[in-house]
Design a protein around this ligand. Structure first.
Ligand SMILES: [Zn+2]
Length: 297
């Protein structure tokens, strides 16, 4: 049976997401808070240069550099591409990683609340999600591209044998909010507790299934032929992460006064609504479908 012997908590993968960085600073002084008897915990500050420059990244988004192909590609030499290779040496190598479980701490400017992003499927993740939600009922569970092979995933958390993303918002970039900080800390503590209980085979009884959201696609802002923005997220959708969006409902408010509606054929659930970090790609929001995770067969 899987045993977790080494755990890494990663903060500052995005240099302007302060919450994880300040949690790391705290735990560096108080390592006992994130230690458990059955495993070793390491703290990793992933992108110190971007943080020093008060940016998400310097050259490339660090959290898109961890596919096995890219890690093995010597022609990728930007700062974050090199940083990814260094982190791969430190915690990996991906595919045969020294670290059993990675917790990567992120924040969002969107009104998503406390979310747990699962990037792979399986018993560990299903039970982890059920346990975290049992301890912290406000947590929303997202299955994000969990159909991809781990080797092809580009996210840092997929570098370990197992890994998840803790994503909490809303909080502006380069800002601390006590509620977001506390939720991030609380969720991390529950994940560590789960790993300890798993190792000791002392998990409490868990629900047989839980609700989750599965990422399906991203929608871009309306653009003209030259790539100029024609509108913004409609107030009906703004701050309404994980509220049902029905076909024909308002989606974008255009500068010329018109409203663009959602053209899909079924009810979807938006997330990362108007996320500031996605403006460089003109991404307006992600869409999810509601799914059930079977916790026990
Ligand atoms: Zn992030």
């Amino acid at each position: 049976m899987t045993q977790f012997k080494s755990v890494a908590i990663v903060g500052g993968t995005h240099g302007n997401e302060f919450t994880g960085i300040y949690l790391l600073k705290k735990w560096q002084q108080q390592i006992a808070e994130v230690s458990r008897p059955s495993f070793n915990t390491e703290l990793v500050f992933a992108n110190p240069r971007a943080h020093a420059e008060n940016k998400r990244y310097c050259d490339q988004d660090l959290n898109r550099q961890f596919s096995e192909a890219d890690l093995a590609n010597p022609t990728l030499t930007g700062y974050e591409q090199s940083r990814a290779k260094a982190i791969n040496q430190q915690l990996g190598p991906k595919g045969d990683a020294r670290i059993d479980f990675i917790i990567d701490l992120h924040t969002t400017t969107s009104n998503m609340g406390a979310t747990l992003l699962l990037l792979q499927q399986g018993e560990v993740y299903n039970k982890l999600a059920a346990y975290v939600q049992q301890q912290m009922p406000e947590v929303i569970v997202i299955r994000d591209d969990d159909h991809l092979a781990q080797a092809d995933h580009r996210l840092l958390a997929t570098l370990g044998k197992f890994g998840v993303i803790v994503e909490v918002g809303p909080v502006p970039q380069s800002v601390l909010r006590a509620d977001v900080y506390q939720q991030s800390e609380q969720m991390t503590q529950h994940i560590l507790d789960f790993l300890e209980l798993w190792n000791k085979q002392q998990l409490p009884s868990l629900p047989s299934d839980i609700d989750a959201y599965r990422y399906t696609e991203s929608l871009t802002l309306p653009l003209d032929d030259q790539g100029n923005r024609l509108g913004m997220v409609h107030p009906h959708v703004q701050d309404s992460d994980f509220n049902a969006l029905e076909p024909g409902a308002p989606l974008f408010q255009c500068f010329d006064g018109t409203v663009m509606t959602y053209q899909g054929e079924s009810i979807v659930y938006p997330g990362f609504v108007n996320e500031a970090a996605y403006y460089d790609n003109n991404l307006a929001l992600s869409l999810h479908e509601k799914v059930t995770i079977k916790v026990s067969e």
